[in-house]
Design a protein around this ligand. Sequence first.
Ligand code: BG6
Length: 540
Amino acid sequence: MSTVVEHLPTAENPLVEGLERLPVHPTVLVIFGATGDLARRKLLPALYNLAHEGALPERFELIGVARKPDEDFAEMARESIERFSRRQPDPAVLKGLLGEVRYVAGSFDEDSVYVELARVLQEFDKRAGYALNRVFYLSTAPNFFPLIGGKLAAAGLQGGVSAIDRAASGIHRGASGVHPGVSGVYQVPSAATRLVIEKPFGYDLATARALNAELLSVFDESQIFRIDHYLGKETVQNMMALRFANALFEPVWNRNFIDHVEITAAEDLGIEGRAGYYDNAGALRDLVQNHMLQLLSLLAMEPPASFEANPVRNEKVKVLEAIVPPKVEQVDRIAVRAQYGPGVAGGKNVPSYLEEEGVPPDSRTETYAALRLQISNWRWSGVPFYLRTGKRLARKVTEIAVTLKPVPHIALQSSGSVGVQQNQIILMVQPDEGVSVSIGAKIPGARMRIRPVHMEFHYGTSFMSESPEAYERLILDAMRGDATLFTRNDEIEALWGIVDPILTAWRQDTSSPLPQYPAGSSGPSEADALLDEGRQWRRL
Ligand code: BG6
């Protein structure tokens, strides 16, 4: 019996009404690191929600690979889904999803793991009577990425099937046939093999290049899907809709009208027991190199000729390449780092970063980073982009504030219109998802007094639905082979190229005092120096 995910009929499941169902080739998803934190918190719940919505391919198989021997993977997956899914799981859907999962135990360097994996994959193909797509999801520590890539290739699993496998199974990958998919009759195209790589992709520019080279020696770029989960967020994808589906914004989206842009990714939580990872990473690697620069590139890119993967990524790469990285000796003029001290968060006293479990007492790892960047191209020349991120700040908020230039002449001044302020377009990524535009309006009354008011769009009220988790969209796109929301090889190197000199400067500076900020505050006062005169960071 094959695993055929049972979907609730639409009549019983009003949530699926109006949802798009995209055809997906029958697929087997292999999660390396299947018992890890990411799989439990994000990947398995995302798979459940896709199943619940009827968005998984009709024939879908799941294999977990991890070191733990004798793991009851189905039971672990069920518990994780019950604990972390955004919706209460339906027992029938759970059974359909997990009824026939497989688990391959062993460490990632053992050849036997790949032999067993190949056997199970072949069994699935045989049972289906045609070749299923294979998606290998590497949700492991980054040092395993090249190892697993190489081992998959050595086992003949990098795409196509070895002559021996073909002879043994009697199956030709690329066989075509007809498979009834979720939206009617679906032609089965050639089966594909894809590799999904979690972050962090590299530790700096040199290691990212080396990892690209290793993976690309065995896989084709079109098979590689580098994750940045911010790209899976609805509000981030909406940046393209806002810019390119409205005539309202594009005419002002340039240096003639925009004064400056501020991108904030603030978190109220600390490092949540992740000292081992975080102390080696720091805020610049953890948030800026990936998520924040992705937000910047979507905000600043030129309109792509189409919304397919390569036209979109070409435009993003052009923006990243137009950011001139600072020279190492100039870094302190454009970047500030800091570490949180003790303070109060959520009404509780919380320890400093250095007091967190597992953090070395002399650590100089930054938990806060702020930058001032310039994009040297025709559209953006002279417009500063200010970025800041940090752990243990006053609240969790990710937003982009685009501030327009002041009006050239305030004729209303004599009437006391002190409230005239620059227009702002705020893209609210989370937690309050939406867009807000501030405009000056007259305060009712006899005098001409002005103050800013806000025109707002909120996802919750406009669409009356909860946004899917980023991983739902990304897993589905990887299975469909749509790489638009994944980072390309040249893009990942361009991202690292921007932060690399800052990493170098901070690594070399082992003695100057590291700025501090109290936990629960808005960050260090040193970051104010990055802003040009008369400007302030938005209140957190
Ligand atoms: C991850 C970082 O990539 O993003 C975490 O490693 C961070 O440190 C997280 O907390 C933030 O993601 P989100 O979706 O909660 O903003």
